[in-house]
Design a protein. Structure first.
Length: 667
């Protein structure tokens, strides 16, 4: 029989245990995410055997720095410790934790408990040795102070005087500066935090097709978009997102409503990228010039709007890459290039890249250069089309590489796919992610999904971006629900998450006709033809959208996700939830009628004690949508919503101030 292998001998004097460091994503394989200016809160379990006392330190630094910054961690109870640091710069931070048994703290704890004079004297003489050793580690005046203190502790002064010296805060502070860390224990890994711009955490997106901003059938231009910026800014959007702006392929071009044959004047799908006029680094000639685009980006920036571009790594059959690099595409047995398929769907106007190409390195470098091209033109926000159909290693490499030079860039993943794939893309570096919100419509579905994206461990890396509609998705709820359905979905998206967007002007103009029954495709979809929109139609939701976005902007509670909380309400057609700041100085309560056809009512229960509301006294809730104010009492109050007036309340909690009789004054 083979000899039994004995475990390696470890230094048993390192008695502290350090474990369960948080945040930690997949054992440190990926960074957790924060945004600029955030307080990064770190927690860890640290303890030792027996009754000795320990000290615990957080270690953190900017990635690439040589020296660690250290700060004490505060005990929270049950051997859990906490400390924090500010995310003061974009990029990556590293952190870990260390702990050690502190003989002085253990001695000090016992000294305060001894009662017999002989025990106290013996303890003081032992303490004198500990303080004397610290004097050897100290420098300057501190060394002399500790030497004198050691002599006094072991001297002949009155016992209580010596014990008072040993228990003094002054001595404790000095000893804390010069600990004996020879036998400290470090957490087994160094973890990372990725710090991104605030826009990654809180953003309000508006999507439009620039080509549809022309008049009388004319193809729209970047100058038309520039003239349209006030419309977008006035509604309160800070990201203006375009579908691909490149030349559109002519080979196998699609016609209206995804017809396989296009007419001579049909513009085709913008996602069929590339023609003899150029590819992913070119601009569709009818949109304008490179100078026009730069001017648009600058003009938008002056209004507080970031231009977001769609990055779709696929090619029309006549894209220059197809002729220059046929090895970048997958070929059929007959030698022809395979167009995109997602059975039973076929995309005859698109060739996907082959990420298993023999020249995969050349392909990767070229695709990276596409991002670099547009970053050089001032673009810092990218919505990436179908990233789940491209290789995971590519995304980890290209996003990480771009962030080395451009940590300000924000990436939105458009991956309507399986949960694990969506989450993998977020871990690999995507700042935000499209979600399943569009298909979550019942109270049960919304509550479960909202809780998942805000309270589960995935919140450390997965930032949801809720969209009620997209050019590809017109959900049946909007098709059948009319104006109230659009209003309800807008409020849900805008108040449940800090990042949301709409595809307009289709959304504010209540576009709701499907291509055919049972389809989520729009009739006369803007993907395949130029549309002219009458933005002054009286039924437009423009004013309502403006009000909702102003509420988001004026209430910090709505600009984060981690404090989303759902509340009981005794009607399955009503959903209620709140968001609040940690200090509870901003509490927003949203109630939405999910039935777009009928008035619904019910009793809402709120956690008044958790919010420190004034017992049996009234408090005010102010509906920020309608301007109405209500006096409520206690935890249980009545609400009623007529969807044809407004399907939602967005209440701000107003706390009563003054005396008990001062019921009319609220903060």
């Amino acid at each position: 029989m083979p000899a039994r292998r004995r475990p390696a001998l470890v230094d048993g004097r390192c008695r502290a245990v350090v474990e369960n460091l948080r945040p930690e994503v997949d054992c440190g394989r990926y960074p957790a995410k924060r945004t600029l200016g955030d307080e990064v809160v770190i927690e860890v379990d640290a303890f030792t055997d027996g009754h000795d006392r320990i000290r615990c330190q957080l270690r953190h630094r900017r990635a690439g720095e040589r020296e660690w910054r250290e700060q004490p961690m505060t005990p929270l109870g049950n051997d859990r410790w906490q400390a924090s640091f500010e995310a003061g710069e974009l990029g990556r931070y590293e952190y870990t934790a260390v702990a050690w048994v502190d003989d002085f703290l253990s001695w000090r704890h016992d000294l305060a408990r001894w009662e017999a004079d002989a025990d106290i004297d013996r303890a003081l003489r032992a303490g004198a040795l500990l303080v004397g050793e610290a004097a050897g580690r100290a420098t300057g005046e501190d060394a002399g102070t500790l030497e004198r203190t050691a002599k006094a502790l072991g001297g002949s002064d009155a016992l209580e005087q010596r014990r008072g010296l040993g228990l003094s805060d002054t001595l404790a502070g000095l000893m804390q500066r010069y600990p004996d860390r020879e036998h400290e224990t470090a957490y087994g890994r160094t973890l990372e935090i990725l710090v991104e711009p605030e826009l990654a955490r809180y953003s309000t997106w508006y999507e439009l097709f620039p080509r549809s901003l022309g008049e009388n059938g004319r193809h729209g231009t970047f100058r038309d978009v520039e003239a349209h910026l006030d419309y977008v800014a006035d509604m309160g959007f800070d990201v203006l997102y375009f579908p691909p702006i490149h030349p559109v392929g002519e080979v196998n071009r699609k016609g209206p409503n995804n017809a396989l044959t296009a007419g001579p004047h049909d513009p085709g799908s913008p996602w069929a990228i590339g023609s003899s006029q150029g590819g992913h680094k070119s601009i569709h000639p009818e949109l304008g010039t490179d100078e026009d685009f730069r001017a648009l980006v600058a003009a938008a920036g002056e209004k507080g709007i970031a231009i977001a571009l769609d990055i779709a790594f696929q090619c029309a059959p006549d894209h220059p890459y197809v002729e220059e690099h046929p090895e970048w595409f997958r070929h059929r047995p007959d030698g022809s290039i395979q167009y995109a398929e997602n059975p039973p769907k076929k995309y005859q106007d698109i060739y996907p890249f082959d990420f298993e190409s023999e020249d995969w390195e050349g392909l990767w470098r070229e695709l990276r250069s596409v991002f670099e091209h547009w970053i050089e033109r001032g673009v810092t926000v990218f919505r990436v089309d179908n990233p789940h159909t491209k290789a995971f290693p590519f995304w980890e490499w290209v996003i990480g590489d771009i962030r080395q030079a451009h940590p300000e860039v924000v990436f939105l993943s458009e991956a309507f796919t399986r949960p694990r794939v969506m989450h993998r893309l977020a871990k690999l570096g995507y700042s935000q992610s499209y979600t399943y919100f569009t298909w979550r419509n019942t109270k049960e579905e919304l509550t479960a999904y909202g809780t998942e994206v805000s309270q589960s461990p995935s919140r450390e890396y997965f930032r949801p971006n809720f969209w009620p509609n997209t050019p590809d998705i017109l959900h049946e709820y909007l098709q059948a629900g009319g104006r109230p359905a659009f209003m309800a979905r807008l409020v849900l998206a805008a108040t449940m998450t800090a990042n949301y967007g709409i595809y307009g002007p289709a959304f504010e103009l209540l576009e709701a006709t499907p291509r055919e029954p049972g389809s989520e495709e729009y009739l006369d979809s803007e993907k395949y033809q130029i549309r002219e929109w009458d933005l002054e139609r009286p039924e437009s939701l423009r004013d309502y959208i403006t009000r909702v976005n102003r509420i988001r902007r004026e209430n910090p509670a709505l600009q984060r996700n981690e404090r989303l909380c759902f509340h009981p309400i005794d009607n399955p057609q009503l959903i209620a939830y709140s968001k609040s700041t940690p200090e509870l100085d901003n509490v927003i309560i949203t109630v939405v009628n999910l039935d777009p056809h009928h008035r619904q009512s019910g009793f809402l229960e709120l956690p008044v004690h958790d919010w420190n509301l004034p017992g049996p006294h009234p408090y005010q809730v102010h509906d920020l949508l309608s301007g109405a104010r209500y006096l409520w009492h206690g935890a249980r109050n009545y609400v009623e919503l007529d969807p044809h007036a407004s399907p939602a309340h967005v209440f701000r909690l107003r706390r009563r101030i003054g005396t008990e009789r001062d019921v009319d004054h609220f903060s």
